[in-house]
Design a protein around this ligand. Sequence first.
Ligand code: SF4
Length: 336
Amino acid sequence: MPNNHWDSLAEQALAGEPLAIEQALEILAAPDDELVDLLAAAFRVRRHYFGTRVRLNFLVNAKSGHCGEDCGYCSQSRVSTAEIPRHQLLSKQELVDAAERALELKASTCCIVTSARKPSTRELSDVAEAAEEIKERHPGLKLCACLGEINSEQARALKASGIDRYNHNLNTAASHYPEICSTHSHADRARTVETVAVAGLSPCSGLIVGLGETSEQLVEACFALRDSGADSIPVNFLLPIEGTPLGDHDPGLDPRYCLKALCTFRLACPEREIRLAAGRELHLGSLQPLALYPANSIFVADYLTEPGQAPEDDYRMIEELGFEIEPVGAPSNTGS
Ligand code: SF4
């Protein structure tokens, strides 16, 4: 296959013509010796929409553990015996402090995350109250809430409080969902993504690569996320956590496949924020910097219950690539 084949996919993306399923599968199966050409094509699209900026996101584990669901990868589920911090919702002051920590770490988005299928009325209003306070003090900081399934009224309340974005991951393909969770469905998750968009919140929804899905199912998940209208798509790579049902599961990932997956997302969803998320350190290894050619966003510091790499290492990686951190308060897209 000529190397300019990958560049023709960049042309196609920039012309607004959607990637086809067969093309996405071709990207995932790209020969390793064409990876640099593929990355160059994905970077062409990323640069058009986002320049060389990298958006930093900071996760706040606002309520940890005690979840009644049984998602197989999750350390906070009712079937997990993993040793993790377990606590009820942080206080308003703790949430404000966490937002200030996000700013100290140069993150332009602070993501407030709680465990459980859905928030209680009290939890939702406490998060909304904290959001009002944070926005009053730091209007440039974007706030994302990730509180589980919510209805239209709750979405509108969060929007009114100053929350900009709502995250609810689809996690995997609809056809693979019953393999990873039995207590709720893919359709339940998709409903919330739709609800938050209608309420005017920016929808954020992503997935976990390496849950035992086939390449076809990875493409199915990618296209479902594209069609969901998610503005931001976190791409996680499974971290098998001891004590969870998937603790012994081999995700079967190698760094080159992870890069091809990220290129698939960039070429399928050209103008969306593609976020390199959990598992990047483990699965990309020494190739991690290359992931910022397709992806334009990362989490800085730790994940919910797992450690990430030191923020200084991320800053150095960004600087050494010749890229720059997106300033707090910057408009969403910065492309040419
Ligand atoms: S609903 Fe969320 S917190 Fe609960 S088990 Fe699933 S992923 Fe974990």
